[in-house]
Write a protein that binds this ligand. Structure first.
Ligand code: GCB
Length: 618
């Protein structure tokens, strides 16, 4: 097309707004306990496969210079002046309900990966005082946010929260928020392109406008130290953050400790454990209401106190050896058309299957940080948590930007959940082939965990090598990263991806480090719920999966350092790489329950095994 000069297509697009990272943006820890305006609900949406809203077709200003589509009513402008042209008109585009992934919104979006625009309006309270933040629980994968036409900020990473201060941008009456979410991943993103789960693009967790006083508690971490004391770190943000009196209160324990922040608004304190404190455990998931009052602000959370450590080959919870009776889980609700918008009810439904159905005490939240709804539910129900970042399979190990992204994601995850009693293990990666570049990358992440949180264990799901030859498998761990970790965690699929007869599995030989607790972070086999095959069961039958579990459990029971399991996986989950037309139809079928919640035979095998272990532990 011939562009009028006014379209300014040649002008460069404006520089992108700042990237929100854990170092540069508000933490708003425990934001879900703060008051604010819920921005979940109907939003307009419009796809933008060529990213025209970000840059024009010659790379200049977006949409032929018409960026103002962000904060005006294009339909009205065009009706007023017949020469005016707008193509984007979000205010008249169809509605979707957020949080959700667009993949489930309409059949033509089912496989859309790219940029999506969302927009809605909301009324700002008149006579506002204090500060306001737009906080996103998560948006997958890259996000750019505009308020009233102004670019507010960007974020990278699909599974951790981010927030922008918008105090000065809010206006009385109607405010218009526009969000661009790009789900496209590439070789440099975390995760990269090839995974084994659905890439749910969208705003998949709640968006809220959070109000705080001018000076407020931006971060607080209240926990039990390894030696059984209570410790707190508090960070105030705002004009009166320095030398400010704060009160740390746990009413039920009659604890009221006052202290004063330093010149940076920080306070660190260690307190003798209050008399009568009941430690959190899966058997007794005791949580306390904790408050930090500072001036007009009162920060609140519900926190449990426990210790978790490794001694020799044992994992000690509150000083006592524990066997982790777990299972892995993706962030996907039960149902035929999941959209990855986890509510307290859907989290409870999933975790109750683990806790009561399987007699579990542990979940591996794979392969990325799950919603805070999930970790809070684990706190409440009493399930220890393995929490993970999507450093998965082949990551761009030598790319410094990829490392920066991964480090930020890990830090955002730890900061968000450092008050969750359930979190026992921070995991830095899954099934990453050993190379020097990978070892360096992962050692950096391990170092970050140790620096950020000295009260939990550090893990990674590792691979083992198999010696050549017929006969029972000989499996050996040859991964130098194991030395840097607190536990040895292994994924293994002998008998499923290999042609071993299931009956030979128990005589497998495992050469693994003998000085640390051993976890099997994954093992599993597909079964299509309702498909039965009795005599010499073929793969994908419920009988095969059940027998696979029996033989694999028998094999693992023979390993003296075994301290826990999180088989793959609780529920069948969507995966574009699983297209067997008879059995998979786009779903990984390694669930012990189907996508609609139907239990397979193997569910009972694992439940019986865990019931026995539970009884033995009593
Ligand atoms: C694995 C991966 C997991 C896959 C699983 C499978 O090792 O860690 O993400 O879904 O195997 O089903 O093959």
């Amino acid at each position: 097309p011939v562009l009028p000069a006014s379209a300014q297509e040649g002008a460069p697009p404006p520089p992108p707004p700042p990237l929100a990272t854990v170092a540069t943006s508000p933490h708003l820890v425990s934001a879900d306990m703060r008051g604010g305006m819920e921005l979940s609900g109907p939003w307009h949406y419009s796809i933008d496969p060529f990213r025209s809203g970000l840059a024009g077709f010659h790379g200049g200003l977006p949409d032929a210079g018409q960026r103002r589509w962000l904060d005006i009513d294009p339909r009205a402008e065009m009706a007023k002046d017949g020469r005016v042209l707008y193509e984007f008109d979000l205010g008249h585009s169809p509605f979707t309900t957020l949080p959700s992934s667009w993949l489930t919104e309409a059949p033509e979006l089912r496989h859309y990966q790219g940029l999506m625009w969302y927009q809605r309006t909301f009324p700002a309270p008149a006579g506002r005082t204090g500060r306001f933040f737009l906080r996103f629980g998560a948006a997958n994968y890259k996000t750019i946010v505009y308020l009233n036409g102004e670019a507010v900020g960007r974020h990278e990473g699909g599974f951790t929260p981010f927030a922008f201060e918008v105090t000065k941008l809010l206006k009385d009456g109607e405010n218009r928020i526009t969000v661009g979410v790009d789900s496209k991943v590439d070789e440099t993103t975390v995760p990269p392109t090839v995974t084994d789960w659905e890439n749910y693009g969208g705003v998949t967790r709640p968006v809220r406008l959070i109000a705080t006083p001018d000076t407020y508690v931006d971060d607080a971490w209240v926990r039990m130290t390894r030696d059984g004391k209570l410790a707190a770190d508090v960070h105030l943000d705002g004009p009166n953050a320095a030398n400010r009196v704060i009160h740390l209160k746990i009413a039920e324990l009659k604890l009221d400790r006052s202290a004063t922040t330093d010149a940076q608004g920080n306070w660190h304190g260690v307190i003798a454990p209050p008399r009568g404190l009941v430690r959190w455990s899966p058997d007794r998931p005791k949580l306390y209401d904790v408050a930090i009052a500072s001036g007009e602000d009162e920060w609140k959370d519900r926190i449990g106190f426990k210790t978790i450590e490794v001694r020799g080959t044992d994992i000690l919870l509150n000083g006592k050896p524990i066997f982790l009776r777990g299972i892995s889980l993706h962030e996907e609700e039960i149902g035929t058309d999941p959209t990855r918008a986890i509510t307290p009810a859907s989290a409870r439904a999933l975790l109750s299957e683990v806790k009561t159905g399987l007699h579990g005490n542990y979940v591996r939240l794979a392969h990325y940080p799950h919603t805070e709804v999930m970790t809070r539910m684990a706190d409440e129900l009493g399930l220890l948590v393995w929490s993970e970042v999507p450093v998965y399979w082949q990551v761009a190990w030598s790319n410094p930007e990829t490392l920066a992204t991964a480090r930020n994601m890990l830090a955002e995850n730890i900061v968000r959940d450092h008050n969750r009693a359930s979190v026992a293990i921070w995991s830095v990666s899954n099934e990453t082939p050993v190379t020097d570049a990978r070892n360096t990358f992962l050692r950096t992440l391990v170092g970050d965990v140790r620096r950020l949180d000295d009260t939990r264990l550090v893990g990674a799901a590792l691979l083992v090598e198999r010696a050549k030859g017929d006969g029972p498998p000989v499996m050996e761990m040859v991964d130098p990263l194991a030395d840097a970790l607190d536990i040895v965690a292994i994924n293994t699929y002998n008998g499923w991806y290999s042609q071993d007869r299931l009956a030979t599995l128990p005589s497998s030989i495992w050469k693994v480090p003998t000085n640390k607790p051993l976890l099997f972070s994954e093992f599993g086999a597909d079964a299509k719920a309702g498909f039965h095959d009795i005599s010499d069961p073929q793969k994908f039958s419920e009988e095969f999966q059940a027998e696979y579990y029996r033989q694999t459990l028998a094999m693992m029971d023979r390993l003296p350092t075994l301290r826990g399991l999180s088989p793959w996986i609780l529920k069948d989950f969507r995966s574009p790489r699983r297209q067997n037309p008879d059995f998979q139809q786009g779903w990984n079928r390694k669930g012990l329950i189907s996508e609609t919640g139907q239990r397979k035979q193997a569910f009972d095998v694992l439940a019986a095994y865990y019931a026995k272990r539970e009884a033995a532990a009593k």
